[in-house]
Design a binder for this molecule. Structure first.
Ligand code: ATP
Ligand code: MG
Length: 588
């Protein structure tokens, strides 16, 4: 492709709303444009990279035996009511929905469990027709709260979504493992540094779920790894081994009701300093409003050491609910007679006079001689021994993992890294097949719901994540498999000799099957170099008068940025070898 004949415009300016590097660089490289918040167009250059991604995903999915389908994006409300997702998704505000001329309501698909389950239940009646895995690569819509990270978080975005159907858990397991393997080869083929971590599977479901994370400092997710290499989890669900206990081996002292005066000090930090004790000994008691799957609401208290935070993703399940949110300060005052910082577990009663159940984080189970709120402004009880002084409803595990905590398995210590979720595999079980009656007759002619898995992968997000991981001050450094063009040929002058030489190299590279962009524009060399670095072609060939006079041209790898002078007739070899080796450095 000749630049002079293509629709390709780079920009010097960064748009004001582009906060993340991938957004800035994709925009400046002329690969995407914003149509509205979270809605992007791909230009011809950008679409080339997206198509690469699509092809990689399709090849790897097909290789597992999964079959491609094309499910409607516009989906009737009735299906969504049947699955039970309509109200929840409307409440969450995530669903784009609309009415037709007859007032019929429709959703723009954020995923396609309903549509695919409907397709299957219409045509499958017997266990003999199983198993299979159906996938599509299609646009999804979600009205994200903060669509401000470019392709990382769009409101319209491209996702590969697959849905497996089996008779039993064993079959699901096999599909799940096949998807895990396919995802690993997809991200390996994209040359990405990624990790697979255990993920939160929500309060429903509860079966296995893993996320594929591209490691990048700019990632929205915090990931917890054991330095022994045998544990990785999203911090949302990460566990720790037992924490070191400052009270280990101590005999419980007497309970001091009047305890300590910490007037005006509401944080554990300040209170611990005033009391000259460790933060761990200043115990926080928090009140949560819990809502169960049956829509029952109750208030529960949670106690945790002052040096540890409550993990609010793990919390609802631990309290026996679907959702849990902190009670408002007004309600807290009504219930306890005091404000945050001074709430405690002893004698806690709700407005109805009933005792509020007190859940104690595992890290406090053996605690003795600690402080906790006295339900009186400015006052803490002292000498509290949890088992002796507190009526414990349950010991729960709701601590947020911290860097340096012991790993939950093995002997390692936890480290925290940041990552971008690019894929998610999930054992759904029978959630949709039960609510939507997607059943078959099993071997004994009994009607059973199918066992499903779902597997999502964001294509645009993966491209953006590749840039978050691979860039420098000058621009993108495309991994070869995702680059819009593998190579750029730059002609420096307009004289006949340079043009003839550059034309020849361009033609030869094309003939050798290299995807090459020929920068034949009438522009200054500085402009061409800047653009080549910005777009991030893995290999660059520069043809200029001075070098030609010496019988050479300049070739360099974008990542290495070291110029090598080589005779024009060796360029094709050097370029193809370099690309085959991943273009980390030039291979002569
Ligand atoms: P997140 O937690 O980042 O919002 P999610 O858990 O809602 O993502 P899934 O429902 O698991 O995402 O979707 C499967 C995949 O689709 C994700 O792993 C991600 O790659 C991609 N994806 C999800 N939401 C978006 C979005 N708004 N923009 C681009 N890609 C997305
Ligand atoms: Mg997810």
């Amino acid at each position: 492709m000749r630049w002079s004949q293509s629709f390709l415009v780079t920009l010097r300016e960064v748009p004001g709303d582009a906060e993340v590097v991938s957004h800035q660089l994709l925009y400046r490289a002329g690969m995407i444009q914003k149509l509205a918040a979270g809605i992007y167009s791909f230009t011809p250059l950008g679409f080339r990279s997206l198509k690469k991604m699509i092809e990689i995903v399709r090849e790897e999915m097909d290789a597992t035996g999964a079959q491609e389908v094309d499910l409607p994006i516009l989906q009737p409300k009735e299906l969504w009511v049947e699955s039970g997702r309509w109200d929840r998704y409307i409440d969450d505000g995530i669903l784009f929905h609309l009415k037709d001329r007859k007032q019929g309501e429709f959703a723009l698909a954020p995923t396609a469990e309903e549509a695919v389950t409907d397709m299957v239940r219409r045509s499958v009646t017997s266990w003999r027709q199983l198993p299979f895995n159906l996938y599509q690569i299609r646009t999804k819509f979600r009205d994200e709260i903060r669509p401000r990270f470019g392709l990382l978080r769009g409101r319209e975005f491209l996702m590969k979504d697959a849905y497996s159907f089996d008779l039993d858990a064993k079959g699901l397991d096999a599909h799940y493992r096949a998807m895990d393997a396919a995802y690993r080869s997809i991200f390996r083929r994209c040359s990405l540094d990624f990790a697979v971590v255990q993920a939160d599977s929500g309060a429903i479901g509860g079966s296995a779920s893993e996320e594929f994370m591209v490691i990048a400092d700019t990632g929205e997710d915090a990931l917890v790894f054991s330095d022994a290499g045998d544990y990785g989890a999203n911090i949302e669900r990460a566990e720790t081994g037992p924490l070191p206990e400052p009270w280990a081996g101590e005999a419980p002292g007497p309970f001091e009701k009047a305890g300590a005066d910490v007037t005006g000090l509401t944080t554990c930090e300040e209170q611990a300093r005033r009391l000259s004790t460790e933060k761990a000994r200043v115990v926080k008691t928090m009140l949560y409003e819990v809502v169960t799957a049956e829509n029952l609401a109750f208030v529960a208290a949670v106690m945790i050491r002052g040096d540890v935070e409550i993990n609010e993703v793990k919390l609802p399940k631990a309290l026996g609910g679907l959702h849990a949110k902190l009670v408002s300060e007004e309600k807290l005052a009504e219930t306890t007679g005091t404000r945050p910082g001074f709430v405690g577990p002893i004698g806690l009663r709700g407005a109805d006079g009933r005792e509020i159940p007190v859940h104690v984080d595992r890290s406090l189970a053996n605690a003795v001689n600690v402080f906790c709120g006295a339900n009186e402004d400015g006052r803490l009880h002292a000498g509290v021994s949890i088992a002796r002084d507190v009526t414990v409803a349950a010991i729960v595990e709701v601590a947020t993992a911290r860097e340096g905590d012991p790993a939950p398995v093995g002997t390692g210590t936890l480290k925290i890294k940041r990552g971008i979720e690019v894929g998610h595999i999930f054992k759904l079980g029978t959630k949709y097949s039960e609510s939507m009656r997607c059943e078959v007759a099993d071997q004994s002619q009994k009607s059973v719901p199918l066992v499903m898995g779902c597997y999502g992968l964001g294509l645009g997000r993966t491209l953006a994540a590749a840039i978050e991981q691979n860039h420098d001050d000058d621009g993108i450094i495309w991994p070869v498999p995702l680059a819009p063009f593998a190579c750029v040929v730059v002609s420096l002058q307009r004289d006949a000799e340079v043009i003839a030489a550059a034309d020849r190299i361009y033609e030869r590279l094309k003939a050798a099957g290299v995807e090459v962009l020929y920068d034949d524009r009438d522009e200054r060399p500085g402009v061409k170099f800047k653009d080549a670095d910005l777009i991030g072609f893995p290999v660059r060939v520069v043809v200029g008068g001075k070098a030609l006079a010496k019988g050479v041209v300049e070739v360099s790898a974008r990542r290495e940025k070291v110029k090598h002078e080589i005779p024009p007739e060796n360029v094709v070899d050097a370029v193809t070898r370099t690309l085959a080796a991943g273009a980390k450095s030039l291979v002569l």
